[in-house]
Design a protein around this ligand. Sequence first.
Ligand code: NAP
Length: 246
Amino acid sequence: MKLKDRVAIVTGGASGIGKAISERFAREGAGVVICDVDLKSAQEISDRLKEKDVNSKAFEVDVSDSSQVERVVNNIVEEFKRIDILVNNAGISKDSLLIRTDPSDWDRIIAVNLKGAFNFIKSTARVMMRQKYGRILNITSVVGIMGNAGQSSYAASKAGLVGLTKSTAKELASRGITVNAVAPGYIRTPMTENLSQAVKEGYLSSIPLGKTGTPQQVANLVLFLASEEADYITGQVIQIDGGLLM
Ligand code: NAP
């Protein structure tokens, strides 16, 4: 049990990678709080965890809304008494070439993917600082490192997460809090399901291991970084991409 008695928040925990992280953390003994805009799915996952005696709760929250985040974090602290792990996983994408990108789509992608992580770190850091313990994981993307035609807004939001990770890692290190980013490549989830066949094939031909990754493989890496075993790792961006970017 790598996370026994720890309390973890997973944003976007109702689907794909976030769901796999929530289930993996639960198997390692953590209390799991799932925060998602999709309350119905979050609730179903949380209920299934509770059937297995996991301390779990689902909250409906739009991560981009700082007052909603503050309110939910206060509720979590009241109910769970502590917050040990925060996984900023909620994210959206809407692909278009930059010259065709609607400014409102740019704003929304930055608000969810980047400001959402800022909101949750700001609200949970004071709790972790009091505890003198915390693990913050930001789910970025290899696209934030290498760029990708048709994904300038998404790539900018994910590159922003790298700067956020490194700066907060420096600010919070003296309080026993580590902050790292995980950068997946092409992982099979609802987010990537709708890519065209041509884009899927283009990705696959660039992956040396020759296959897509699974949410469970990402969850295994996040689990390690969230555990006490990773206590000398902070400010890092760890890729999990089958060799796509090296
Ligand atoms: P996903 O299956 O679409 O899951 C994302 C979850 O976040 C969904 O439940 C979604 O709800 C929720 N969400 C969206 N906007 C939100 C908001 N404003 N507030 C709270 N929750 C919100 O996507 P995924 O593929 O698992 O991706 C998870 C993370 O990994 C994302 O940050 C993504 O950018 C990153 N990532 C994914 C890949 C990949 O290949 N899949 C690669 C690199 C990085 P709705 O479904 O209702 O919108």
